[in-house]
Design a binder for this molecule. Sequence first.
Ligand SMILES: [Zn+2]
Length: 301
Amino acid sequence: MSVRELVVLGTASQVPTRHRNHNGYLLRWDGEGILFDPGEGTQRQMLRAGVAAHDLNRICVTHFHGDHSLGLAGVIQRVNLDKVPHEVTAHYPRSGQRFFERLRYATAYRETVTLTEAPVDADGPLARTPGYTLEARRLSHPVEAYGYRLVEPDGRRMLPGRLAAHGITGPDVGRLQREGSLDGVTLEEVSEVRRGQRFAFVMDTRLCDGVYALAEGCDMLVIESTFLDEDEALAVEFGHLTAGQAARVAREAGVRHLVLTHFSQRYTDPEEFERQARAAGYEGELTVARDLERVALPKRR
Ligand SMILES: [Zn+2]
């Protein structure tokens, strides 16, 4: 079974607290690891969470505020120290190229790894692999920010009853899948569409079109809820979301598992985020993220 899960490395906005590290999230998607928004201390959180430098194939940075990017310096040096044998690709807003370069070359070290810089400057697809298409959408924050979304291509699920009715067994099933038809029986007659899974990562933004586009139909949505609803005016002023806003997005988009994170240090009771998300009418699976937690993607429909 392929593993698809979110490993939460840190959940604090702006400054770390005694219980929350700066942001950091690893998405395991089959054999690949995608690191999102490594804030300060991410290298050590990876160690504590059982994530190795070798697990990283891609790094996605939403924007260049410190809580989303200061960890790049340590993580990039660690990838090189450990001589990761594969290419690592980094996505980040092109307007922050100088910040990326500073973090990449913050101090002296020996470069051993191919780190490909693939900056983002428009909405649209960034990469296609057999397992997913990675897309970016512009968000609304005081500095340029992009959210990310993975969309697995739809596949087909074979229907054993239909196969049996047509007398198709053994190696013929594989032939039919490869060739699309067999002795007049088409693949469509003996299978159904298996919808691909979708994951989105939405950090540091006001409500905007990009938020809804990223969240649409997601099996898992990881989204910031820096503020509680009573502080909505602050959220709008500083370019953030409240728990209720994030939950309403998830409800309207049909999200199956909502992960709230990026909490302001001003709040002490995480359960209030859950209460407000439920009060906003979101009824799917809900996780108020804690550091070092692992959250599995929901089973396929
Ligand atoms: Zn932030």
